[in-house]
Design a protein around this ligand. Structure first.
Ligand SMILES: O=C(O)CCC(=O)C(=O)O
Ligand SMILES: [Fe+2]
Length: 386
């Protein structure tokens, strides 16, 4: 499993100064510069000569299709669909809550419809994100990642010269709390970009909190128990741009298999005519067909642990299309770095405690160490089989 930037989001506000600091781990790891993938793809996709030699070896996976992939299609989006209206409506709330809990337990993923975030807010975000990536490289590089900093425009977090690379570029910014925003990394073009992200962040934050309430309620816990852990805490936004790869779409990966380490992730896919997200279940990859206007929501490691395994953080990856570019926006809800991440009392009533507890900051350190020893962090903390 590769390390990538969505995993590096342990941030905290430096006490008293209101300045965002990154977990030391992220600093220590640092990042090596790599080629811009959109530019690389342009060369590869337009050059007819020496076809096979165009995609550099570092992007080619050995056996990306070694595991079975269950295709979507025919309206089958693989993961369960949850309806927020039904969660709210007292007549359907308890059955929809049960569905939500089951989705979080068995899939770790669901699509959310009737979520209430205005179309215009999502539409503005989507079009500004697309406009950003359309710009010439020099313009995008105005908010380029800087050494030792996890934010900005760049690529997967690269730690060694022989590491396999993802076929994607990304922009990563901290969006909450507002005082943690480092505007050096917030694009100024298109001019509406910052406002669009701000408006989206406001809506998505409230949506995330509401979902956490229903998730807690669904397992019989106090509805404020999970929300309380994430309210006012850091949120990171990762925009992924996956260029097409005409020559080797089935041999490159847009995003290597990973689980998200935080609490909840809200994902928007921008062009729904091209799918790329795949979710692992029972040893197979399931291709997710994003529904128009829906959010894809998933459980992160910290939420699995805090729920004592009532929700599951599931491995997922993004694959590449031979002719179509794809863009997605992931919003990550994190606990504060000094939160002790362990099963919450509310979630262990009558149950055995299934995980060891650790501070989120230490969890992130372990998460990076995972890269070195190949053992999954979450598995390290699981005391019992789920
Ligand atoms: O682009 C996608 O569909 C997945 C993105 C993702 O998993 C991430 O950014 O952590
Ligand atoms: Fe992810």
């Amino acid at each position: 499993m590769e390390i990538h930037l969505s995993l590096i989001k342990s941030t905290a506000l430096e006490r008293g100064r209101g300045i965002p600091i990154m977990a030391e781990t992220a600093r220590e790891i640092g990042s090596l510069p790599v080629t811009n993938v959109q530019a690389l793809a342009e060369t590869c996709n337009t050059n007819e000569v020496d076809d096979d030699l165009q995609v550099p070896e570092r992007y080619l996976s050995k056996e990306p299709n070694a595991e079975e992939v269950i295709a979507g299609g025919d309206g089958n989006c693989a993961i369960p669909v949850i309806d927020l209206d039904r969660l709210v409506d007292p007549r359907s709330s308890s059955s929809e809550c049960a569905k939500l809990v089951s989705a979080c337990r068995h899939w770790g993923f669901f699509q959310l419809i009737n979520h209430g975030v205005p179309d215009q807010v999502i539409g503005n975000l989507k079009s500004d994100v697309v406009e950003f990536f359309k710009q010439p490289l020099e313009d995008k590089q105005e908010c380029a990642q800087q050494p030792g900093n996890i934010e900005g425009y760049g690529q997967a977090f690269v730690v060694s010269e022989d590491q396999k690379l993802d076929w994607a570029d990304m922009l990563y910014i901290l969006v909450q709390p507002t005082e943690s925003r480092d505007l050096r990394f917030w694009p100024t073009r298109p001019p509406s970009f910052r406002n669009s992200v701000d408006a989206y962040s406001l809506e998505a934050t409230e949506l995330g909190y509401r979902l956490l309430e229903f998730m807690a309620k669904g397992v019989g816990a106090e509805s404020a128990s999970l929300r309380g852990v994430f309210e006012g805490q850091p949120q990171g936004m990762r925009v992924n741009c996956y260029p097409a790869c005409r020559q080797a779409a089935d041999r490159v990966l847009g995003l290597s298999p990973h689980s998200d380490p935080g609490g909840l992730t809200l994902l928007l896919q921008i062009n729904n005519d091209v799918h790329g997200l795949q979710v692992k279940k029972d040893g197979k990859w399931f291709a997710v067909e994003a529904m128009d206007g829906a959010f894809i929501v998933n459980v992160g490691d910290a939420l699995e642990i805090m729920s004592n395994g009532k929700f599951t953080s599931v491995e997922h990856r993004a694959v590449i299309h031979p002719t179509k570019e794809r863009t997605s926006v992931a919003l990550f809800f994190f606990p504060s770095s000094d939160t002790i991440v362990g099963p919450l009392l509310e979630f262990t009533k009558g149950d055995e405690v299934r995980y060891t507890s650790t501070s989120y900051q230490d969890y992130m350190k372990q998460y990076f160490a995972e890269k070195l020893d190949g053992k999954k962090n979450l598995e390290r903390l699981r005391l019992l089989e789920l």
